[in-house]
Ligand binder design. Structure first.
Ligand code: HSE
Length: 403
C-alpha cells in the first residue's frame, strides 16, 4: 500500500480524489500495489463529504509523515504552492502538479531540488489537461528533432470561440458558461488574454529544446478583440478562428507566439472545437503527430495527475529526466517571422489598388459587412506587415493566417 497526499481540494484535487476511489482496482493492477489518499490539505471544511475523514489544515502534517511518498499539488497559483512543493521535495517526497504557472516560472528550481533529493517532479497535467503530451514528447518522440509544436492549449477560449462562431453568442455569455463548467481560471484574463496558453507553450518549448524557455519572452495576444464581424470573414473564407500557441524552429532560430489565427480546413486543428485541446507536433522523422482530448475539467485533468502519481511511485528512489536544463534558450524576435494576414478596413472595393500597393498583391474579401472590406495579404514578415499597416487608414482588425 502506497500513501499519497493531495494539496488543494478544488476542481482538479477533488477529481484526483475521485479517480483514486473510482479506479482503485485499475490503479492497483497497473501499479502492482494499492494507492491510498492519506491526507487532503485545504483551508475549507467539507462537512459530510467522504474527504472529511482525511482532511487536514496544516501542511506540516503531510511533510512530517514518512509514510507519504507522493504529494499532489492542485492548488494553482504561485504561492503558497511553490513553498509547499519545495518543502515536499526537500522532505524527500516526489511531487506531481497540474500547475502550469508554477512549472513555467519555478520549474527549473524545483527540478533541481528533485534531482538533489533523488525524487521526482512531474507535471503531465500542466499542459493539455487529460491529453498525454508531456511524456510522449520526453519519451516517445525522443529520437526526433521537433521543429514545430502548435496547439489549441486553452479550453476556455476554444469554448468561447466555438460558441461565438456557431451560435453567435456574445463573448461575455460564452465566458460565463465556461466558468460555470469549471474550465476557466480563477481570473478570466489568464484565459482570454492568452497568458495560460503562453505558459503552456513555454513548457512545451522548454521540453523540445531541453533548455529553459521563459514564458515572459513569448509574444502573447488573447481573444478579447475578436468580434462577430471577424467570424463573418472566417465563414466567407471557410476558415476557423482559433487561439493558437505555437513554437517553431527556422534556420536555427526558435520562435514562439500565442495569438488568434485563421485556420484552414486542411489543418487538423481546424476541427478542434468546444473545450477540447489539440497539439500538432512535427518531427523531422515522424512527420506530423496530433494529440487530442479534453484540455480542462476535473476528471480529465485528474486522470493525467494520477497517471503521474503511478509513474512517481514506480520510480521511488530514482530521479528520472522529465524536464529541461537550467540553461536559457533565447527566443528570436517574431518581427522576422513570416505570415499571411487578413485585415478588415473601412471602405469598399475601391481600396483594392491602394491595399495592393501597400501590402503587396493580395485578395479582397467581401463578407457583406456594411462599411468595410477585407483584404488577404500575401505572405509578409511581421515587420513588413506592421510598416504597411502603420501607413494604412481605417484598419479595423488584423488576424494572422496559419500556413
Ligand atoms: N483554464 C484552463 C483552460 C484550464 O481553460 O484550458 C486548464 O489548464
Amino acid at each position: 500500500m502506497r500513501q499519497i497526499a493531495i494539496m488543494g481540494f478544488g476542481t482538479i484535487g477533488s477529481g484526483a480524489f475521485d479517480v483514486v476511489n473510482t479506479n482503485r482496482e485499475i490503479i492497483k493492477k497497473n501499479l502492482g500495489e494499492e494507492l491510498q489518499v492519506k491526507y487532503v490539505l485545504d483551508i475549507r471544511e467539507f462537512p459530510g463529504q467522504p474527504v472529511e475523514k482525511v482532511l487536514v489544515h496544516d501542511v506540516d502534517t503531510i511533510m512530517n509523515d514518512p509514510e507519504v511518498d507522493v504529494v499532489v499539488e492542485t492548488m494553482g497559483g504561485l504561492e503558497p504552492a511553490f513553498t509547499f512543493v519545495k518543502k515536499a521535495l526537500e522532505a524527500g517526497k516526489s511531487v506531481v502538479t497540474s500547475n502550469k504557472e508554477l512549472v513555467a516560472k519555478k520549474g527549473v528550481e524545483l527540478m533541481a531540488v528533485a534531482k538533489a533529493k533523488n525524487v521526482n517532479f512531474f507535471f503531465g497535467a500542466s499542459v493539455g489537461g487529460g491529453i498525454p503530451i508531456i511524456r510522449p514528447l520526453l519519451r516517445s518522440l525522443s529520437a526526433d528533432d521537433i521543429d514545430q509544436v502548435s496547439g489549441i492549449l486553452n479550453g476556455t477560449t476554444n469554448y468561447i470561440l466555438t460558441k461565438m462562431d456557431r451560435e453567435g453568442t456574445s463573448f461575455e455569455a460564452a465566458l460565463k458558461e465556461a466558468q460555470d463548467n469549471g474550465f476557466a481560471e480563477r481570473k478570466p484574463e489568464a484565459d482570454v488574454e492568452g497568458y495560460d496558453a503562453c505558459r503552456k507553450i513555454a513548457i512545451l518549448s522548454s521540453i523540445v529544446e531541453g533548455k529553459f524557455v521563459d514564458f515572459e519572452d513569448i509574444y502573447t495576444e488573447g481573444i478579447t478583440k475578436i468580434t462577430s464581424e471577424d467570424f463573418e470573414y472566417a465563414r466567407q473564407l471557410g476558415w476557423a478562428i482559433k487561439l493558437l500557441a505555437s513554437s517553431w524552429k527556422e534556420q536555427g532560430h526558435r520562435y514562439a507566439m500565442v495569438s488568434p489565427v485563421l485556420v484552414k480546413p486542411e489543418n487538423p486543428l481546424y476541427a478542434v472545437n468546444d473545450v477540447f485541446n489539440a497539439i500538432l507536433v512535427h518531427g523531422n522523422m515522424v512527420d506530423n503527430v496530433m494529440f487530442y482530448g479534453r484540455g480542462a475539467g476535473s476528471h480529465a485533468t485528474a486522470s493525467a495527475v494520477m497517471a503521474d502519481v503511478v509513474e512517481a511511485v514506480k520510480h521511488l528512489g530514482e530521479n528520472i529526466y522529465a524536464g529541461w536544463s537550467e540553461e536559457k534558450r533565447e527566443l528570436s524576435d517574431i518581427s522576422m517571422s513570416e505570415k499571411q494576414f487578413l485585415i478588415r478596413v473601412k471602405g469598399d472595393v475601391s481600396r483594392q489598388s491602394e491595399l495592393a500597393t501597400k501590402f503587396g498583391a493580395g485578395q479582397l474579401i467581401d463578407a457583406d459587412v456594411a462599411g468595410e472590406i477585407g483584404y488577404l495579404t500575401p505572405v509578409l514578415s511581421e515587420k513588413a506587415f506592421e510598416a504597411a499597416a502603420a501607413k494604412t487608414e481605417g484598419i479595423l482588425q488584423r488576424i494572422r493566417v496559419q500556413a
